[in-house]
Design a protein around this ligand. Structure first.
Ligand SMILES: N[C@@H](CCC(=O)N[C@@H](CS)C(=O)NCC(=O)O)C(=O)O
Length: 212
C-alpha cells in the first residue's frame, strides 16, 4: 500500500495517474499547499523540500519526494512504463526535460500570466517565449510518434505521464493546442485513458479535464 501526499496540481497528478495505471492500492492524502500544509512537521518528515508530491511505501517504510524519482521508483519496482536498453535512457532523458525544463517554465507562466497578469510585462513576454519554446520542443518530438519515448512510434511511459498534466493547463499558459497538432493528438490520446481520468481527479475533483 502506498500513501500519496498530493494536491490538485500537475506535479501531484503525475503520481496519481501512474498509481492508477499500475492498478496500485494507494491512499491519497490531501496536502493543501494554498493553506500552507506543506510546512507541517508531519509532511516535512516525508518531504524535506515542503513540496508535493511525496509517497510512503507502507511495506518497506521508504519515503520519497520529487515526482521524477517517484515515477522512476514505481516504474522500476513494478517493471512497467520504463523500457529497457536505449529507450530506457530516452525515457529518462524526457522525464528529466519535464522536471527541469517544461515544468519550471510552465509553472512560471502560471504565476505571471494567470495569477499576476499586468504586474511585470517583461516577465510575461519572457514567459510566453519559454512556453512557446517548450511546446515547440514537444511538438517536434511527437511529430510521427504516438508517445514521447519508446521504439518505433513510441510506447506509453513515465515520460508521458510526467508531461501530460502540465499540458492539461494549456489554457493557463495562453496556448492554443491547435497550434501544436502533434501535441494535441497525444494530449487527447492520453486524456481518453481511464487511469488518466481517475488520476486527474486526485485528491479530489476540481474541474473536468480540459478538452481542446
Ligand atoms: N521538482 C518537484 C516540484 C514539486 C512542486 O513544485 N510542487 C508544488 C506543487 S505543483 C508545491 O508543492 N508547491 C508548494 C510550495 O512551493 O510551497 C517535483 O517534480 O516533484
Amino acid at each position: 500500500m502506498i500513501d500519496l501526499y498530493t494536491w490538485t496540481t500537475p506535479n501531484g497528478r503525475k503520481i496519481s495517474i501512474m498509481l492508477e495505471e499500475l492498478g496500485e492500492a494507494y491512499e491519497a492524502h490531501a496536502v493543501d499547499i494554498g493553506a500552507g500544509q506543506q510546512h507541517s512537521p508531519e509532511f516535512l518528515a516525508i518531504a524535506p523540500s515542503a513540496k508535493i508530491p511525496a509517497i510512503r511505501d507502507r511495506e518497506s517504510g521508504l519515503t520519497l519526494m520529487e515526482s521524477g524519482a517517484i515515477l522512476m521508483w514505481l516504474a522500476e519496482t513494478r517493471g512497467r512504463f520504463l523500457p529497457h536498453g536505449e529507450e530506457r535512457w530516452k525515457t529518462i532523458e524526457w522525464l528529466c526535460w519535464q522536471v527541469g525544463n517544461l515544468g519550471p517554465h510552465l509553472g512560471q507562466a502560471h504565476q505571471v500570466l494567470k495569477y499576476n497578469r499586468g504586474k511585470a510585462p517583461w516577465s510575461e513576454e519572457k514567459s510566453r517565449a519559454q512556453v512557446a519554446r517548450a511546446y515547440a520542443t514537444l511538438e517536434t518530438r511527437l511529430t510521427d510518434r504516438d508517445f514521447i519515448a519508446g521504439a518505433g512510434r513510441g510506447e506509453y511511459t513515465i515520460a508521458d505521464m510526467a508531461c501530460w498534466p502540465w499540458i492539461s493547463r494549456y489554457e493557463w499558459q495562453e496556448v492554443k493546442l491547435s497550434d501544436y497538432p502533434a501535441v494535441r493528438e497525444w494530449y487527447l490520446r492520453l486524456a481518453a485513458r481511464p487511469a488518466v481520468q481517475a488520476g486527474y481527479h486526485k485528491p479530489h475533483y476540481v474541474n473536468d479535464i480540459p478538452m481542446p
